[in-house]
Design a protein around this ligand. Structure first.
Ligand code: NAD
Length: 268
């Protein structure tokens, strides 16, 4: 198990206070990493850091807020991260955004929404890598994990959204085109970086979660689960094993790959 150990490593997690991101931050700290929690709300970043520090007792988490939709914000944030940490070993590009009309039909989807989602999910990821990657390259070691989605790999089965409801998101849900396109771009970004920074000792991989149970109504959960060979939606915890594998030396020869954690949904 030594190869999974993250003692002494520094990990940056974007979208670090979200459903999956908060668990990633906690798990990385439990595995011994110092964790920089990067998300848009500074209060939530600091609150989560305090929570993780009090439960793990190792004081390894710290909040560092950033707006990934703004180049100036990412630049200032990255300068602070590089100043406050002697090195960066792991970057987890996990943030993704929704826009005001995220669930609008394609024929009515506003350009502003398209640009906003691409601006965070794709351009924001590029900015993080541009600002932090060279410091990794200079040290000749590091692991980058870019988070995609099954809908960056396959098209959504549109039938599963009939009768869907997600209270927290204000109603019926679907997967808009911009989400799939942004998540497909993530996989391309990983492959490019695997060959671009691989010769400098940096491994870049994609982690692709399947649909995570987080408040969807039972009609949606049942329709989704019927498509999954394992017969259920993912729990956030299902992602942690693959995350720690990719982050750690346990995956020392894995580069440019996409680990799909979807219960087999994309197997047929
Ligand atoms: N939950 C799922 O079912 C699922 C399935 C497949 C893939 N994913 C992917 O996993 C990742 C995490 O998903 P999640 O379910 O935890 O989502 P989430 O919405 O809970 O978390 C995303 C986080 O990104 C942050 N964020 C959004 N815009 C930002 C910005 N401009 N600057 C900084 N941070 C910003 C949000 O504040 C949020 O905390 C996403 O990339 C998502 O696409 C999730």
């Amino acid at each position: 198990m030594g190869k999974f150990n993250l003692d002494g490593k520094v990990a940056v997690v974007t979208g670090g206070t979200g459903i999956l991101g908060s668990l990633y931050c906690r798990s990385l700290a439990e595995a011994g990493a110092r964790v920089v929690i990067a998300d848009i709300d500074p209060v939530r970043c600091d609150q989560l850091a305090a929570e993780i520090n009090s439960t793990t007792g190792n004081g390894l988490a710290l909040g560092a807020a950033v707006d990934l939709g703004s180049e100036a914000s990412v630049k200032a944030w990255a300068a602070g991260v590089l100043r406050d940490n002697e090195k960066i070993d792991i970057i987890i590009n996990n943030a993704a955004t929704k826009s005001p009309s995220f669930f609008a039909p394609l024929g009515e989807f506003p350009l502003d929404d398209w640009n906003h989602v691409m601006g965070v999910n794709v351009t924001g990821m590029f900015l993080v890598l541009r600002e932090l990657g060279p410091a990794m390259v200079a040290r000749g070691t590091g692991s980058i994990i870019n988070v995609s989605s099954i809908y960056g790999v396959v098209g959504p089965d549109q039938r599963i959204y009939e009768g869907s409801w997600y209270e927290e998101l204000g109603g019926a849900i679907n997967t808009p085109l911009v989400y799939s396109v942004s998540k497909g771009a993530v996989i391309a970004m990983t492959r490019y970086l695997a060959t671009y920074w691989g010769p400098h000792g940096i491994r870049t991989n994609t982690l692709t979660p399947g649909g995570v149970s987080s408040g969807q109504n039972s009609e949606f959960s049942e329709k989704y689960s019927a498509r999954v060979p394992l017969g259920r939606m993912a729990q956030a915890e299902d992602m942690v094993g693959a995350l720690l594998f990719l982050a750690s030396d346990a995956s020392s020869y894995v580069n440019g790959q996409n680990i799909i954690v979807d219960g087999g949904l994309t197997a047929w």
